[in-house]
Design a protein around this ligand. Structure first.
Ligand code: NI
Length: 226
C-alpha cells in the first residue's frame, strides 16, 4: 500500500524549512550509504549531529504524530528522526532497497524499517527530473509531489530518484517501524478504520460503529507487536 499524505507542512512552513536548509552545511550523501547503495547514491545530506537538522527533525516528528492519515496508515511504533537531502546538478539515487535496520543516534534504539517516507520540500516546478520511482507489485509508480506532501511506501520496494537536471530538489526522509509488520494486515486495518470513520460521520449513533471499532481493536491486538 502506497499512500500520499498531504498537508504535512503548510506553505509558510515549507518556506521556512527551505530558508533554513538553504543556509545549512550539506555533506556528501555517500557517507551514510550502505556498501551496496553507495555505488548508486549521488546527493547531499545534513549530518545527524547538525543542530539545524535536529531542530527541523524534531519539529517534523512532532507534526507526524498529529497527522491522522499518517498514524492510521503507518500505525507507527517507532519513527526514525527525519533526515534531509538535496539533489542538484545531475544528483540521483539509482534503484535500490533500503537497509532493514536503523539506529537512532541519540538513544541507540534500533528500528526496523517497515515503511519509507519522503517529504517533498521543493515545488515540482523548481527542478527538472528528481522523480521518486517506487516499484509496486506490478508497475512502477512515479512521484513528484507538491512541496509539503509526503509519500509513504513499503521499505522492501525497489525505488530510485531520477537525476535532477535543473534546479534543486530538497526533501526529508525517514523510516517507520510499524506496530503491524505485515503490509497486508496493516492495509486491512486501514480500510476498516476508514470505513468506521465514514459510518461514524454519517450516523454516529449507529450500533455498528461501536461493534466495528471493537473489531478493529481486537484485530490490532491480534496482529500488533510492541
Ligand atoms: Ni532509499
Amino acid at each position: 500500500m502506497i499512500q500520499i499524505i498531504s498537508d504535512v507542512l503548510s506553505p509558510d512552513e515549507v518556506k521556512r524549512f527551505r530558508e533554513l536548509l538553504g543556509q545549512a552545511q550539506w555533506q556528501d550523501g555517500r557517507a551514510t550509504a550502505g556498501h551496496v547503495a553507495i555505488r548508486a547514491k549521488a546527493n547531499e545530506q545534513l549530518s545527524q549531529d547538525d543542530p539545524l537538522a535536529q531542530q527541523l527533525s524534531e519539529f517534523l516528528l512532532d507534526r507526524l504524530g498529529q497527522i491522522s492519515h499518517f498514524v492510521a496508515a503507518a500505525l507507527p511504533l517507532k519513527v526514525l528522526p527525519p533526515r534531509f537531502n538535496r539533489y542538484t546538478g545531475g544528483g540521483n539515487y539509482g534503484d535500490h532497497i533500503d537497509n532493514a535496520i536503523f539506529t537512532v543516534p541519540a538513544s541507540g534504539t534500533r528500528i526496523r524499517g517497515d515503511l519509507s517516507s519522503t517529504l517533498f520540500l521543493s515545488d515540482p516546478d523548481d527542478y527538472e527530473g528528481g522523480e521518486l520511482i517506487v516499484q509496486g507489485e506490478i508497475e512502477r509508480h512515479h512521484f513528484k509531489l507538491p512541496a509539503g506532501q509526503m509519500i509513504l511506501y513499503p521499505s522492501g520496494s525497489f525505488h530510485q530518484v531520477t537525476p535532477v537536471t535543473r534546479g534543486t530538489r530538497l526533501g526529508a526522509f525517514f523510516w517507520t517501524q510499524s506496530l503491524v509488520r505485515e503490509h497486508s494486515r496493516r492495509a486491512l486495518l486501514f480500510e476498516l478504520d476508514n470505513t468506521i470513520q465514514g459510518l461514524a460521520q454519517n450516523d454516529p449513533g449507529q450500533p455498528a460503529v461501536g461493534r466495528l471499532t471493537g473489531l478493529y481493536h481486537n484485530l490490532l491486538r491480534e496482529w500488533c507487536d510492541t
